[in-house]
Design a protein around this ligand. Structure first.
Ligand code: NAD
Ligand code: MG
Length: 389
């Protein structure tokens, strides 16, 4: 029986994770659930899954949750704040942590899970993009097991041999082919992108996801963050990671080998597949998702991405090449820009312009520790806010 902590249980990934866990009560128990502010949803999850601990964002929310749980007769202990998030991510009772908080807010608890040697199921790509080498060292030094949830990285993981400290080239890997749907604006006239609304941007053609990652998919910053994520997860040099637009989202990514073979993982666009894969690894368990009906899926198309249409993708490659804290600055500027776009304070095309300005203005340095990293994150956010004003 494995005890699981879900960081961000009320989000899109959190809910899909609970759906998979509920199919296998013989294998998994929920140790802790966490949410930022959606107290009533978290209370219902606690009633159903009976975790030992639930964590929310504030004292107010904790009071509301405790009250609601008392009325339901649920014994879950209620806590709040970042220290409590780190505690449930590193608790001795917990075996595996689903890191599914969105954005930089997930860094400290995800790192805490790695530092305490947990099985870390990583959805929170921003945490790895920000901390890079620091995170990978924490995984290696504490013998944590890192399994990718992002569908592309999960697909790549499935198509790679077990690396066992070997480099990709030692395993005969020529390239990683990271597929991208191209989002809702793949074919829209570039001149009209200035006027798109948040509603249009979050209407993803293939996937249902949280708002932030949906906007990231529309700008293709999501793919840019995923290039950086692939670099750290698999030790792939930037020029060995190629983005390929594949509008049907049937192939979730591919690995190209020196002998001319390309291995791909195919599946329906449903995150329960990579979640079930990572939870049960190296076993396989049912996820509730059927295999793709290949005949109905129809022809599969592929295109090269256009950096003029998707400048965020280029900005992310640039940040990866610059190294050090540059990806953390990119990520912070993007988080501020996306929120400002969702709040209708800036237009869609201001997202990439704002990030480019912050990247120019805020000098990057080496990553030494988490304190320095969070300081860079703060500087980049401040610069982004001042540009918006
Ligand atoms: P979401 O917005 O649906 O959910 C986010 C979760 O994080 C919620 O439970 C929320 O309560 C919690 N949260 C938000 N702000 C917080 C804060 N300041 N402190 C603590 N908790 C906070 O997001 P999502 O779509 O589930 O995405 C979660 C992560 O998974 C993101 O990093 C995203 O990039 C990644 N991811 C998501 C998908 C997907 O299909 N949704 C696919 C791949 C990767
Ligand atoms: Mg993805």
């Amino acid at each position: 029986m494995q005890q699981i902590t879900i960081l961000g249980s009320t989000g899109s990934i959190g809910v899909s994770t609970l759906d998979v866990l509920a199919r296998h009560p013989d294998r998994y128990r929920v140790y802790a659930l966490t949410a930022h502010s959606r107290v009533e949803e978290l209370a219902l999850q606690c009633e159903r899954f009976r975790p030992q601990v639930a964590v929310v964002g504030s004292a107010d929310a904790a009071g509301q949750l405790a009250h609601s749980l008392k009325q339901k007769g649920v014994m879950t202990v209620v806590e709040y704040g970042e220290t409590a998030l780190c505690a449930v991510a590193s608790a001795g009772e917990c075996d595996a942590v689903m890191a599914a908080i969105v954005g930089a807010a997930g860094l400290a608890p995800t790192l805490a899970a790695a530092r305490s040697g947990k099985k870390v199921l990583l959805a929170n790509k921003e945490a790895l993009v920000m901390s890079g080498r620091l995170f990978m060292d924490a995984v290696a030094e504490n013998r944590a097991m890192l399994l990718p949830i992002d569908s592309e990285h999960n697909a790549i993981f499935q198509c790679l041999p077990t690396l066992h400290q070997r480099s990709l080239s030692e395993c005969g890997v020529a390239k990683i082919l990271l597929t991208a749907s191209g989002g809702p604006f793949r074919a829209r006239a570039v001149e009209t992108l200035d006027t798109v609304t948040p509603e249009e941007a979050i209407a993803h053609p293939n996937w249902v996801m949280g708002r932030k990652i949906s906007v990231d998919s529309a700008t293709m910053m999501n793919k840019g963050l995923e290039v950086i994520e692939a670099h750290w997860l698999f030790g792939a040099a930037p020029d060995k990671i190629e983005v390929v637009i594949h509008p049907q989202s049937v192939i979730h990514s591919m690995v190209s080998y020196v002998d001319g073979s390309i291995l791909a993982q195919l599946g329906n666009p449903d995150m329960r597949t990579p979640i079930a894969h990572a939870l049960a690894y190296p076993d396989r368990v049912a996820s509730g998702v059927d295999a793709v009906d290949l005949v109905r899926a129809g022809p599969l198309a592929f295109e090269r991405p256009d950096f003029n249409r998707f400048p965020c993708l280029k900005l992310a490659y640039d940040a990866l090449l610059a190294g050090g804290t540059a990806p953390a600055i990119l990520n912070a500027a993007n988080e501020v820009a996306v929120q400002a776009f969702l709040d209708r304070r800036i237009g869609f095309r201001m997202i990439d312009r704002l990030i480019a300005q912050v990247m120019d203005r805020v000098p990057h340095g080496e990553i030494t520790d988490i304190v320095g990293l969070l300081e860079q994150d703060r500087c980049a956010r401040e610069a982004a806010y001042s540009f918006i004003q």
